[in-house]
Write a protein that binds this ligand. Sequence first.
Ligand code: ATP
Ligand code: MG
Length: 395
Amino acid sequence: MYSSFLIKYAEIGIKGKNRYLFENALVQQIKYACKRCEGDFEVRKAEGRIYVDAVSDFDYDELIDNLKTVFGISGICPMIQIEDNSFDNLCSVIVDYFDREYPDKNKTFKVFARRSRKSYPKNSMELNADIGEVLLNAFPELKVDVHDPDICLYVEVREKTYVYSQIIPGPGGMPVGTNGKAMLLLSGGIDSPVAGYMISKRGVKIDAVYFHAPPYTSDRAKQKVIDLARQVSKYSGPIYLHVINFTDIQLAIYEKCPHDELTIIMRRYMMRIAQSIAEETECLGLITGESIGQVASQTMHSLACTNEVCTMPVYRPCIGMDKQEIISISEKIGTYETSILPFEDCCTIFVAKHPVTKPNLSIIKRHEHNLDEVIDDLVKTALDTKETIIVKIEK
Ligand code: ATP
Ligand code: MG
């Protein structure tokens, strides 16, 4: 029934002179989403609106599912376009539309007409009243309710006339590409994919780094992280995933530092390495899935110790969330099922039985000196041997 869609966007409407940059980024992201769907589409910007027109056969559900992944879209409105704007024709098309869309007529409605083409012989008020009357005559069970209608019928008279009444919610946020780039520390857990999703939702492009520790972590664990990155890339666009071999660094820490401090020292090295790749790739911040108090390495004391090595901002969008809240988002974005697969990530292999929960920064730093002789070389080798995988959704 529909081959055209009006795309509504909220926040980007308020960006003043930057508006066109935001609209262009949104158009580009919409095109990227359409490319993943069967069929050909035209995405066009006109009169402060964005429209998607299918120009071949296509799968409606697939298109809607994909548009729902585009940050910046607040609503997707399947609409009909009427070329012959004469009032009689307009009314007959609207009556047909209404009849097909709402088989049950025992409903209330209100017409929201807008006349952008000022030469049209009826103004908005007249259109509201006259179209309302035509509908009431055609379907006597209908009632008008101007305060809380079941159905809002939008009629926009432009060069053509657009009619719609459904608004399918989009994900909101801002189009990716409008707000710089950040480096996500992506593990195989539940939290970090959610963190990446949330920052990307604010228009930030993301790259990712995964620390893996073969043979202590398996290829399946690495594949799981690639799969998670792919699911996040549905929303964020292509992700450069840097895989760092962390084994030798972990073994050195294991050998030379107190075991109750392993996790903190290891996390400090993860942050240092992630930051170094981030600087090299023009990222403006790091992203982690940390949440206060979730585990020993995420107490306020531990986070302070971890953060101390960072010179760039670290964004932790899950920081104030309960596990259940994070899980709900991961279910919504489709990462949960993958995240709970049972493959070890490198943190779980080298964990102490009783990790410190209140690490003391000066003691941690003192113990880190135990690594002085080897660590620079190990970090350099880890960086030199990093593998970079471009992760994206293929059609
Ligand atoms: P997640 O569910 O995201 O794995 P978690 O609850 O397991 O988090 P930790 O293992 O303490 O928590 O990790 C905290 C954060 O550190 C993660 O959210 C992630 O951003 C980062 N991180 C942990 N392990 C790795 C890893 N192997 N590679 C990349 N980043 C990691
Ligand atoms: Mg983890």
